[in-house]
Design a binder for this molecule. Sequence first.
Ligand code: UDP
Ligand code: MG
Length: 336
Amino acid sequence: MVYLERVKLLKKITIIIPCYNEHEVLPQLYKRLCAVLAGVDAYEFEILLINDGSRDNTLEVMKHLHEGDPRISYIDLSRNFGKELAMIAGLDHAEGDAVIIMDADLQHPPELIPEMLGFWQQGYDDVYTKRSSRADESFLKRWGANTFYKFLQRVTKITIHRDVGDFRLLDKRCVEALKLLRETQRYTKGMFSWIGYNKKEIIFDCQPRAAGATKWNYFGLLELAMEGITSFTTFPLKLATIFGFSISLVAFMYMAGVILKTMMFGDPVQGYPTLLSVILFLGGIQLIVLGIIGEYLGRVFNETKRRPLYLVNEYNGRKITYHKELINERRSNDDV
Ligand code: UDP
Ligand code: MG
């Protein structure tokens, strides 16, 4: 009885782990997590596993772990929605006073959790981790990441932290703030910066994947980069205006030059090559700019559909018919 009362007083921490085809690594992760959590008895833990439409036995492993440990809950999404949406599914269902988001593949060492909790106790709302180096990645990936961060930082007003992943502790206030951002095409890394609050950085060594394979390919990373740029800046849309002005200026000067030359020296104008290059150059720029507008328009289109961000198939063994998100939305409408 006394023990039960003590448990009730403890603050609850939810550890959110999005998983896609991670059946090999989940038992290892569970073992490492248990070892760490056993050393922290000042909190009650909930481990929330999100199965993001895995095609291997991830769901069976989750069910097995859930049966063996009451701290473990799982959400089975109705298909693969991608990590960004799997994370918001986790945030929506987390009950803790703080949440910790981490990858399933043990690239994020669970041993860092006590340190994160320490900083949270000191009053930080968002304890994020920065990887000490990207030396393990290919040159192309590093170069791509570098260029992307440089560009994004230059054109957006909010600070996007470099080499900072999704491994972080968030106070409930941050979780509630993130839950308000219901955009379909999410760049969560930018959202963490956008919400602000009191942040603390921890440097950590990113481990190689314990088992299984990465889900990212270059195309996927490019998509994510586009998401980052289009969600956090409208600068590319201004390029049309900038190009337009500069090209008009150059064209005007060129035209003045041609007229002067003809009047002073009576040169015949050599039209064909000049005309062709100008038309091709302008055509190219117009297509680029149209493409940029298209990227934004496509996103506007996707947002206006206002679809739920994800659908839940099963929550701790219970088949879900009415979507939790919809229920919450109804509740908040009733409140108004
Ligand atoms: N993940 C997910 N849905 C996906 C792709 C990935 O939930 O569609 C999860 C994956 O199981 C892992 C985390 O996101 O826990 C990071 O994925 P991964 O390790 O493949 O990415 P990397 O570390 O190579 O950037
Ligand atoms: Mg990984």
